[in-house]
Design a binder for this molecule. Sequence first.
Ligand SMILES: Nc1nc2c(ncn2[C@@H]2O[C@H](COP(=O)(O)OP(=O)(O)OP(=O)(O)O)[C@@H](O)[C@H]2O)c(=O)[nH]1
Ligand SMILES: [Mg+2]
Length: 305
Amino acid sequence: MAERADSQPTRCGFIAIIGAPNVGKSTLVNALVGAKVAIVSHKVQTTRALVRGIATEENAQLIFIDTPGIFAPRRRLDRAMVTTAWAGAHDADLVCLLVDAKRGIDDDTAAILDRLAQVRAPRVLILNKVDLVDKPVLLTLAQSLNQRIAFEATFMTAALSGDGVADLKRWLAARAPEGPWHYPEDEISDAPLRHLAAEITREKLYLRLHQELPYQSTVETESWKELRGGAVRIEQTIYVERDSQKKIVLGKGGATIKAIGAEARREIAAAIEQKVHLFLFVKVREGWGDDPERYREMGLEFPKE
Ligand SMILES: Nc1nc2c(ncn2[C@@H]2O[C@H](COP(=O)(O)OP(=O)(O)OP(=O)(O)O)[C@@H](O)[C@H]2O)c(=O)[nH]1
Ligand SMILES: [Mg+2]
């Protein structure tokens, strides 16, 4: 077994973060990693596929698997997301159930609890958004959740401000199984940069567009060219379902897409530490939600029905 300088055996743990939509899973993974590896929005169903964020703590490498929110799926895309989330839980050494402390045990979380009882991996409970509720409420909630299924430990976090995150990380590091590190020491994500870049643009789209539009769009990086002088030229396509949606994404005189592009460009450039020229195109592709190729691009299995 590999030994590090302090002669402690190395540890390596795969930790799945599951929970209802919008409870703060991606925010928590970013806080644990200490960098943005997963996109975040105030809307439900932001995360679509598994995102791995990698952190180190002492002699442990922790691989956090951010999963799509689990809810009662209707569309094909929903089903693919929920299936993917459970697959993430089954493959992990440890499963963290994240609950929005303000929302408490809603229908989505209740359904997850029932099914979580059948997952073999040890379970940890995390109450998130504790900044929004009073302490007595937290204690009652922690109690009733622990009565429904057994958790090895319960943590309280405010992922947005980082409260409680260091404690959680220390505990997870000590709990990780002994073994060699799975990824190189300085890696923080296993997602290709072109995928992260598409996700960043999708985040900006989610933040600017309303109602159903975000759910009926997807973003793909079509080309990525390194230019002389260290800059990179990136072309991305935003797929929507209908011509009316294309008009909304473009905005008056192209104002909306221009704003989305400017925000995305800035953040992609910061993420890859290179100058970026970003070109966005909008294409109408009716029924992209039933097109296997789009799922492949997102990193999702295509459900047969
Ligand atoms: N007040 C408060 N808000 C938080 C906290 N953590 C996350 N949020 C907010 O909750 C919203 C959802 O966060 P996400 O991280 O996208 O949630 P998610 O669980 O990954 O959502 P899906 O991917 O859609 O399932 C965002 O607006 C976050 O800023 C917290 O500790 N306190
Ligand atoms: Mg998410």
